[in-house]
Design a protein around this ligand. Structure first.
Ligand code: SAM
Length: 230
């Protein structure tokens, strides 16, 4: 696909932003629609965190944030650095009747505009593969996580069956998606994230992978941020 550039860069970036938000919204409401309630249930069942504050990082059209709010008493913060995605998310949240439960926050994972130790649960699906500096991003995620809280950051489709059906449809519609997704879920990419977590000194983490998913679970026992090391 040709790059859209002009002298100011402004108009085309805006066009791309609106188009990207529209595409993601369409996929989230069609092909991906069945995965969000299943992912939300998996996360809530696994961690047993059903109240407090949940941040969905790179929330896009807010499908996962909406599924989490519907299945729990968590107050959800839908964080995304794209204003266009947030406009789409605002419409979806209002249509779901959840405007009082889900707060939109335009911000970057590399500088999360929230205080230390403020989130009980941090989720993120399909976003970390786009982050420029994963060390900075994961330091920020660790900083805002409350002691006793958990994260579920990565990508996945809910279960083996959903992964199979969603992949089949995606590959038929977007053949290049197969290779892209394989790369994201590859052992080499998982190792890259594992090395990063070791380098920044995260004291406790788990990586869940297989059946088309790759999730990073961080736990935190002491308040505050990681010491600034490697
Ligand atoms: N999580 C949603 C889902 O699964 O339907 C959306 C996934 S979409 C593929 C990736 C999202 O991550 C986009 O909405 C994008 O704007 C957001 N994103 C990318 N880089 C980001 C960053 N540095 N900080 C915050 N959000 C980011």
């Amino acid at each position: 696909m040709p790059q859209e550039t002009n002298i100011s860069g402004k108009t085309d970036r805006k066009k791309r932003g609106k188009k990207g938000a529209g595409n993601m919204d369409e996929i989230a409401k069609t092909i991906f629609a069945p995965i969000y309630p299943v992912i939300a249930k998996n996360v809530l069942d696994r961690f047993g965190i059903t109240g407090g504050v949940c941040i969905d990082i790179g929330s896009g059209p807010a499908s996962l944030a909406i599924a989490i709010a519907r299945q729990s008493d968590l107050r959800v913060i839908a964080l995304d650095n794209s204003a266009e995605m947030q406009e789409t998310a605002a419409r979806n949240i209002a249509d779901a009747g959840l405007a009082g439960r889900i707060e939109l926050l335009c911000g970057d994972v590399h500088a999360i505009p929230l205080p230390d130790d403020s989130a009980d649960l941090i989720i993120s699906r399909g976003s970390m593969f786009f982050w420029d500096e994963i060390r900075t991003a994961f330091r920020e995620i660790y900083r805002v996580l409350r002691p006793g809280g958990k994260t579920c950051i990565g990508g996945g489709f809910g279960n083996k069956e959903l992964f199979a059906s969603v992949s089949a449809t995606m590959i038929k519609k977007y053949p290049e998606w197969e290779m892209k997704n394989k790369k994201r879920m590859s052992p080499e990419n998982i190792d890259r994230f594992r090395t990063m977590l070791e380098e920044i000194g995260v004291p406790e983490y788990e990586i869940i992978s297989g059946d088309g998913c790759f999730w990073i679970v961080l736990a935190k026992t002491t308040p505050g941020a990681l010491a600034y090391g490697a």
